[in-house]
Design a protein around this ligand. Structure first.
Ligand code: ATP
Ligand code: MG
Length: 426
């Protein structure tokens, strides 16, 4: 029978990788908590409209990438391609927006039917955060500061660059749209097919094209930043002023438009040179019209989403490793019940201890081999005589010359605690 395989672009996260994922997730959770964000958990499947309304009909995500399907009742559902639309749906549904200042984060799988390649999967994971009901530039800056704090905590501060731009408000974009059309119309024939279609419906989106010829044309296009009204300009200037005051390095990238339609005013991406073509590790921006588009009362919002796989790749590239090996390994020729009983007592006495046992039994030689392979620092040796005398032998598996210590069972937990404590301070 043929072997069953995971779906292309949807990957297992294996036991030797999950440690790094958990470490990253715990840092993200802790930092979000310190910035007064609380977790929200929303379904992975929603009515397709939750996404088509929010993300926009002419975006890659909706046009080409969404996993949408009729369920058994012929309702059209979709696997979530991103988190914000569902968070907004939930916040409206449960009246969370009545008091301004809601701050929430989420973390979990997202689905996009893209061409799988390095840094681009069909199931990937995002950590994201959203702030509702606050439209001040300080709100934008605090969110950016939180992400900066994440890079520092991960030791990646020097691996990413913050790029920032303003998309202005709806009127600014409408005015600019006409300028951009004036510029692009003579080039119509040279644009890629997607961009040709977007010319009519959403020319701003063309900045997002990955086609090199289109990119070359867009490089000389007039910029939205030159067509911002006074209020939009003031908001953006204030954001940049505060970033300067807080010594957050950034680069204004006037070609940054983001792939989803709901953005306005401040938009930003953290980009790394260490990941090849898929360099954006975190991206977001302001979305003051989104809540209303989703059927709620007009409420400003801002958020970001971080690609977990890409951050993990950065951590791996930076040489981050976690010690996941057991601290100790019990090698035993005693009655297995006695081995289990000693192990249970050790685990109770030392909650931080990672302890493995030789459950497969066999000769001492075979068991020592497994103990060695486990990477454990100490082998705890139980023979029938040891049990009778109430002692164990302990072997330091990484000592230069082989030393065995005989330790009384009653003092075993204390002895291990002292040794592991010493190792930590070394
Ligand atoms: P890209 O331009 O790379 O397609 P995007 O604009 O579609 O990115 P967003 O929707 O802003 O991406 O998602 C935020 C982050 O989620 C991205 O910066 C990236 O780190 C991650 N991400 C998006 N799509 C994928 C994917 N298919 N596989 C892995 N990570 C992804
Ligand atoms: Mg994309």
């Amino acid at each position: 029978m043929s072997k069953l395989q995971s779906i292309r672009g949807m990957h297992d996260v294996l036991p030797d990788q999950t440690g790094l994922w958990q470490w990253l997730e715990s840092k993200l959770r802790a930092i979000a908590g310190r910035y007064d964000f609380r977790e929200i958990r929303i379904p992975i499947v929603e009515n397709v409209e939750v996404f088509t309304r929010a993300i926009g009909q002419t975006t890659d995500v909706v046009e080409k990438e969404m996993y949408a399907f009729p369920d058994r009742n012929d309702d059209v559902l979709a696997l979530r391609p991103e988190g914000t639309a569902g968070v907004v749906r939930s916040a409206i549904q449960h009246g969370l927006l009545h008091t301004p200042g809601l701050k929430v984060w989420y973390c979990g799988p997202m689905f996009r039917h893209e061409r799988p390649q390095k840094g681009r999967q069909r199931q990937f994971h995002q950590f994201g955060a959203e702030v509702f009901g606050l439209d001040t530039p300080a709100t934008d800056v605090e969110l950016i500061l939180m992400v900066e704090q994440v890079w520092r905590a991960l030791g990646l501060r020097d691996n990413v660059e913050l790029q920032i731009n303003s998309l202005g408000d709806r009127e600014d974009r409408q005015r600019y749209r006409d300028r951009l059309l004036d510029y692009l119309t003579p080039y119509t024939d040279q644009l890629d097919d997607d961009s040709k279609r977007r010319l009519e419906r959403n020319p701003l989106r063309i900045f997002d094209s990955k086609n090199p010829e289109t990119q070359a044309i867009m490089a000389k296009a007039p910029r939205l930043s030159e067509h911002l009204g006074p209020e939009s300009q003031a908001h953006f200037k204030d954001v940049l002023r505060m970033l300067d005051a807080l010594k957050v390095p950034y680069r204004v990238n006037t070609g940054l438009v983001r792939g989803l339609d709901y953005y306005c005013h401040t938009v930003f991406e953290w980009v790394s040179n260490d990941l090849g073509a898929q360099g954006t590790v975190c991206a977001g921006g302001r979305y003051d019209d989104l809540v209303e588009m989703q059927g709620g009362k007009a409420t400003p919002g801002i958020g970001f989403a971080m690609g977990i796989e890409r951050v993990v790749a950065l951590l791996e590239a930076s040489g981050k490793e976690l010690d996941q090996q057991p601290d100790a390994y019990i090698v035993s020729r005693a009655d297995p019940a006695q081995m289990l009983s000693i192990a249970e007592r050790l685990r109770a006495d030392l909650p931080g201890l990672k302890l493995a046992l030789s459950l497969a039994g066999g000769s001492f030689k075979a068991q020592f081999k497994r103990a060695d392979r486990s990477g454990a620092r100490y082998a705890i040796v139980l023979g029938p005589e040891e049990i009778e005398q109430g002692v164990v032998q302990i072997k330091d598996m990484r000592a230069e010359e082989s030393v065995q210590h005989t330790i009384e069972l009653a003092r075993l937990a204390g002895w291990i605690e002292t040794q592991l404590g010493k190792l930590e301070t070394d």
